[in-house]
Design a protein around this ligand. Sequence first.
Ligand code: ADP
Ligand code: ZN
Length: 720
Amino acid sequence: MNRIRLLVLNAALGPLDYRLPDGVGAPAGSVVIAPLGPRKVTGIVWDESRLPGEDIAFERLRPIVEVLPVPPLPAALRRLIEWTADYYCAPLASVARMALSSGGALGGPATMTEYRLSGGLPERMTAQRLAAIEALEGEQGTIRELAGIAGVSGGVLRGLVNQGVIEPVTVAIDRPYPPADPDHAPPDLSPEQSTVAARLIDAVRAGAFAPFLLDGVTGSGKTETYFEPVAETIRSGKQVLVLLPEIALTENFLARFAARFGAPPVLWHSSLKSTERRRAWRAIADGSAQVVVGARSALFLPYADLGLIVVDEAHEVSFKQDDGVRYNARDVSVMRARFEGVPVVLASATPALESLHMAEIGVYEKLELPSRFGGASLPKVRLVNLTEEKPGSQRWLARPLVDALRERLEKGEQSLLFLNRRGYAPLTLCRNCGHRFKCPSCSAWLVEHRLSARLACHHCGFETRVPDACPECGESDCLVACGPGVERIADEVRDLFPQARIALATSDTLNTPERAAEFIAQAEGKAIDIIIGTQLVTKGFHFPELTLVGVVDADLGLEGGDLRAAERTYSQVAQVAGRAGRGAKPGEVLIQTRHPDAPVIAALADGDRDAFYAAETQGRRDAGAPPFGRWAAIILSSEDEREAREAAVRLGDVRPRLEGVQILGPAPAPLALLRGRYRYRFLVNARRSANLQGVLRDWIASVNFAPGVRVGVDVDPYSF
Ligand code: ADP
Ligand code: ZN
C-alpha cells in the first residue's frame, strides 16, 4: 500500500492524503475518486513534494475508491496549474477544476448523436441543398462538422434534418475526429508572409520554448501565415492550440481553417454540449485531437503532446477572465508554452503595450507583416470634430459622415458604423418626475432594448418590460431615452436612408453561430448596405465590399479614467478601421470626436501607431503602471453593505507599509453594487521588484473575515 497526496477539487479544502490499495497504480496527475466523510470527491494525485500537507499516520488513511480511466494530467499542466494559482492568488483547486472542465469532461453519457444522409430527397431542391447532398455522400459527423465539409451553414443542414434527408445516428463518444491534412490546400504566400512562416516553421522543428509577437497590419494575412507552422506541427504528429476571442462567433475562421486543412478543427468553448465537451476533452488528453480552436479555457486542458500555441487577436480584452480565477489567457499561454517547451505566437495588429515591451527588451521575437495582402492599401482616416459639426438634436451622425454614407450607397458600396453600446439608449428617465431606471441589484442604469421592448442591466442580466407608465409618478407617455445605442443609430440611418439595407451586428442579434454565419454570408454577398455594430464587428471580419467605416463616438471609451482606456480605444478604433478597404476598392474611415487633440485620437488620425505607443509608454512609466510597475485590486464584497464596509476597514487597518508598495483605498468599487453584493476595493501598486503576490497573500490572511464576505484578488487587472 502506498500513500498518495490528493488535490481535492473543492476549493475549501487543503490537500489530503489517502492510501492506494495494493496493485493499483496512480502516478502523479491521475484523476481519482476518494471518500470524504460520507461523500465522494474527485481529486488529482499531486507530486507530494510540491504540495505541503499534514502528516497523518499511515494507519489512519482511507483508501481511494477508484482511479478514473483517463490519462494522468501531464507534468507540464500540473506546473501550469501551480503557477497560475500562485500568480493570480487563486486556490489551486479552482485552477485544477478548469483542467478537468469542472468534472463535466469525465462523467456523462457514453454515446452522442451524429448525422448522415438517409437517401431521401427534400421536397424542394435548391442549388445549395443539392451541393450539400453531393458533398455529404458517405460522410458522417455532427452538424457543425458536416457543415464544414459541405461548405454550407448549419441552418441549411438542420432544414434537411427536419425533412428527413439527413438522419441522426447514435455513436460512441470516443469516435475520432476527421483528420486535418496539412497539405490539403496550401496558399501561395507573399514573400513577406513566407519569411515569417519560415521562421515559425523553424521554431516548430526546433521544438523548444520560443515566444513570438506576430505584428501585422489588419489584412496582412496573419491567419494564412500562422497556418503554416500549424501545418508543420500537424505533420510532426503534435497538437496545436489556437486561442481566439469570442469563440462562438468564429464561423469565418472555421471556414478558412476547413478550406486550408480539409477538415474542421476541434472546438472548445463554454457553450459546447456536454457530449461534445467530453469527446473533445478525451481526444485532447489521448492526443488524437490535432488542432484545438478554443476560448481561453482551452488553455488548461490536458494536451497529450502539445507542439504549438497561437493566440490570435492577442490584444483582446476578452482574454482576461474577470471572475473566478482572474487570469489573462495571453500571459498564461506564454507560461504554458514555457512549461511545455514549445513555441507560442501572439498575433495582433494592435499588440498590447506589454507585448510590444517584451519584444523591445528582447524576450519575445517580433515578426512583422507591414503591408496588406494583395496590394490593398490601408484606409484613409478623417476626423469629424463634433464641437464644430453638431448633429441635429436627438441625432448622432454629423453631416460629413452622413454625406460619406450617401456616397457609398450611391456607388453600391458597403459601410460600417461602430458604436460600442448595445441597445437603444444607455439611460431612460421620466420627463415628468425625473425618475431614472436603475438595476435592483447593481449600481448601473438599465439600458433600453427597443427590439425586445425591455430594459436590461448589462452587468447582471436583469431584465424587465418597458413599462407603460412611470413607476414613480404614474404618468404615462413620459419616458425619454437619453443618449445613443446601436439600435438608435439604426433608427437614425433608417430615417436618413429608407431604401438602405441595414443590419445590426451585436451580441443581441448575432447570439448563435447560425445567426453569425447568416450575417457574414449576407455581408459578404453584398446583401447589406450599412452594418451597425458594437465591438463585435471590430474582430477579424473580412468584407471585401466594405469601403467606409464610421466611428460614431471615439470618446466613449476614454471616459472613466481607466488605466487602459487609451490603449483600448486605440486598438478598438484601429481594428474597426481595419475592416475598411480590404478588397480591391480603397477604404475610408471617419472618426467622430469631441477631443481631436487627445493623443490617442490624433495618433489614429495620423495613422501613427508609434506615436501613440510612445506617448502611452511614457504615461505608464510615469504612473508606475504595467509593464513598468504592477497593479492588483482587492475586492471585498457582501450582500450586507455594513458587513462589506467593516471588512474593508479592518483590512485597511492592517495594511502593510512596505518600500515600493503603495496601497490605495478602501473605496467603494466603481460598480459599488454588483449582482446584489456591495463591493469595496483596494488598489495596490508595486514596483516590479516587489513580491506583490506574497504581500497580498500575507495581508489578506492576517484578517478573519465574516462568513458572508468574499475576497477577490485581481492581479494585473484590466479595468478598475
Ligand atoms: P489579418 O488577420 O492579418 O487581418 P487575414 O488573415 O484576415 O488578415 O487576411 C486578409 C485576407 O487576405 C483574407 O481574406 C485572406 O484569406 C487573404 N489572404 C491573406 N494571405 C493570403 C495568401 N497568401 N493567399 C491568398 N489569400 C490570402
Ligand atoms: Zn444588474
